[in-house]
Design a protein around this ligand. Structure first.
Ligand SMILES: [Zn+2]
Length: 657
């Protein structure tokens, strides 16, 4: 049975800003959302309320509300004239300046985007989760699409009792109601509508408290209790660090983090509720290659930069992404050290330089900029600015900026003017160079790094692009792991037995770049299969299988129980290699093939499915079951999977002809 979202609302509101915000101040929304098996348009129940103040006279007001139906629409408890144009609910009335009103209604909808129902028709996990940024919350909840309208949203949800419901703010109460539970969440402060969120599913949670007393809640699937520590490693430490570093107390009542299935992005910084992809739920080995630390810090930093102060328009988007990227990097520096920090900044200089060479660089104020520009160039602006004005001025300016503009929206000049005031000098030359001009100031950035980090100096010096006699020595003596990785990628043939004695990172580079394995290195290379890295194991297994055909049985036996990341990278490779090792008869090949095909089914996450489709295509064995699943993948909510599925089926069609 398809679960349909039936939404009832209890509205109390008052917004501000935007065009109609010159006239209306919506303050607070109270809504009750019912998740159950009711069919659309079936039942009406519940009461509702809306409160707002008129700042100026107007003959109508509106809420954004896509594809909804309304009933019992009333203003101050009296029926009122309204229009539902499918995009907006418009209320007609002779609104006078200074009046306060209460609008109420009931609404129904079956949203097509911005909220997603997963697995309800299948076995496995049942989940509901929302994504408001880029999708508009008004697809499932009447709200305001303009980010400049900040409203206090207090949401209630009715959901079947086996599920947890997690939303913005503090859980006030949870009341059992014959098979269902009523969850009552309370916000104290206003936010933009795109930050409203809910996640519903089967979860356990671990709780901690920050140094400043903020409750932290870490949600996880019941079967993932062993993954809680590696997944959420450093969460509290980073929270405490950011509060201290930003110098402005965390602005919301609590902080919750919830993994969801097949999420559209890595993570989303909904107010007090970060939703992130369950691909980041890792065990202690997965942690070494692909952990949640950076995304965790990034979304947390957004709670200030994005949620507390919000960019007025796309032009100022870097005030969200640049700040979140930079503060995440600072939090990681606290954990992983200076060399890590400078190396990340170095990598982004290289990428930004490449982007400019390819002709796709833009001014940071161009709303059509790439993520690289918004995130990495934005972070670089802050790093260079701090270098120019000094740490003390920079920190105080950030603090002032947040204090002055809290719960409001901002533009670039709001931040720069705070820095200028404390710095005592104009920053217009800086702004032109780093923010406004199209080209990223590559040389200046590199200069800053070289001045700040001997590590980067060394890294830049070690270069075997043009092979020199020194290159073999680099691998023998002390240079950083990063520099060794660079040498291995440039001259893999220089790897000797001794090089295997290095760290996980260097050994991973061997597995990636030494694809022709000399007999003399065979046993060293085989030891890579024991590394605590699923990337290393995957690469090493493949290279060993190719290089030493006689030993294939040995390699397959050794790795038969390794699954890998949540995309099952090692397991899928293992299946394909096994199917292609006819003399290895430890398994029933038909069963292995069936297992491989089963991973294309919709009950697996998008990454597993993409990997499985790719392998089946590679071995030219996409059978009718696989094709059926490929067809179904084309209408998935995850755009990456859809794009992939469309491309592959086109290709299969072409091959047929
Ligand atoms: Zn972000």
């Amino acid at each position: 049975m398809k679960i349909i979202l039936v939404v009832l609302s209890l509205f109390l509101m008052s917004f501000s800003y935007a065009q109609q915000t010159d006239c209306v101040d919506f303050k607070r929304v109270e809504a009750l959302i019912v998740f159950n098996q009711l069919a659309i348009d079936s039942t009406t129940y519940n009461s509702y309320q809306v409160h707002f103040d008129m700042l100026n006279p107007k003959d109508s007001i509106y809420l954004d509300a896509v594809g909804m139906k309304f009933d019992h629409v009333a203003l101050n408890n009296k029926a009122v004239e309204f229009k539902n144009d499918g995009e907006k609910l418009i209320i007609y009335y002779d609104f006078k300046k200074g009046q306060s009103h209460e609008l109420s209604f009931i609404f129904f909808n079956a949203p097509k985007k911005a909220i997603y129902f997963l697995g309800w028709e299948n076995e496995g996990k049942n989940q509901i989760w929302s994504q408001g940024q880029g999708k508009y919350t008004s697809n499932w909840l009447p709200s305001i699409d303009d980010v400049n309208d900040k409203i206090e949203f207090d949401l209630k949800f009715l959901a079947p009792k086996d599920y947890q419901v997690i939303s913005n703010g503090k859980l006030k109460s949870k009341i059992d109601n014959t098979g269902n539970v009523l969850w009552d969440y309370d916000m104290e402060s206003p936010m933009s509508s795109y930050l409203v969120a809910v996640a519903v599913g089967e979860y356990n949670k671990k709780t901690e408290t920050s140094k400043s007393g903020v409750p932290l809640e870490f949600y996880y699937y019941p079967e993932d209790s062993l993954k809680v520590e590696p997944t959420y490693r450093y969460s509290k430490r980073m929270f405490d660090f950011l509060e201290e570093e930003i110098g402005f107390a965390y602005p919301w009542q609590n902080y919750k983090q919830v993994p969801v299935h097949d999420f559209l992005y890595a993570g989303m910084e909904n107010t007090s509720l970060t939703i992130f992809s369950d691909a980041f739920v890792v065990d202690s080995i997965g942690f070494n290659d692909k952990n949640y630390v950076n995304v965790n810090a990034h979304e947390l930093a957004h709670q200030w930069f994005g949620d507390l102060v919000t960019a007025k328009s796309g032009e100022h988007h870097w005030l969200q992404e640049g700040f979140a990227t930079y503060y995440a990097l600072l939090a990681e520096r606290d954990i992983s050290g200076d060399d890590f920090f400078y190396f990340k900044l170095y990598e982004s200089v290289v990428e930004l330089g490449r982007q400019d060479i390819s002709g796709s660089g833009t001014s940071l104020l161009d709303p059509k900029s790439s993520s690289l520009t918004f995130y990495q160039r934005g972070a670089w602006v802050l790093h260079a600015l701090k270098d120019k004005v000094g740490n003390v001025v920079f920190k105080q300016a950030v603090k002032n900026y947040l204090e002055k503009h809290q719960f409001a929206s901002v533009e670039t000049s709001d931040f720069i003017s705070e820095v200028e005031r404390l710095h005592g000098r104009s920053l217009s030359a800086f702004v032109n160079l780093w923010i406004k001009q199209k080209a990223f100031p590559y040389d200046k950035a590199f200069e800053v790094l070289k001045r700040q980090s001997t590590f980067i100096n060394e890294y830049a010096m070690v270069d075997c692009e043009a092979k020199s006699s020194k290159c073999a020595d680099y691998l023998k003596y002390y240079v950083s792991d990063e520099a060794k990785v660079k040498v291995i990628s440039q001259v893999p043939e220089l790897v000797t037995s001794a090089v295997f004695k290095n760290s996980l990172k260097v050994r991973q580079a061997i597995s990636q770049h030494v694809t022709k394995i000399p007999e003399a290195l065979k046993s060293d290379y085989e030891s890579l299969l024991d590394d605590k890295s699923y990337i290393t194991i995957e690469k090493a297994l493949y290279n060993l299988w190719v290089n030493f055909p006689v030993e294939r049985s040995k390699y397959l036996s050794k790795t038969r129980n390794v699954v890998g990341f949540s995309d099952k990278n090692v397991r899928l490779l293992w299946l394909v290699l096994n199917l292609n090792t006819p003399f290895y008869q430890a398994d029933n090949k038909q069963e292995l093939y069936n297992e491989l095909v089963s991973y294309t089914d919709e009950k697996y996450n998008a990454d597993v499915r993409i990997n499985a489709f790719q392998y089946l295509d590679m071995i030219k064995s996409c059978d009718s079951e696989c094709k059926k699943n490929l067809e179904a993948a084309k209408s998935h909510h995850n755009w990456r999977l859809v794009k992939f599925a469309k491309q592959l089926s086109e290709q299969l069609e072409q091959n047929k002809n």
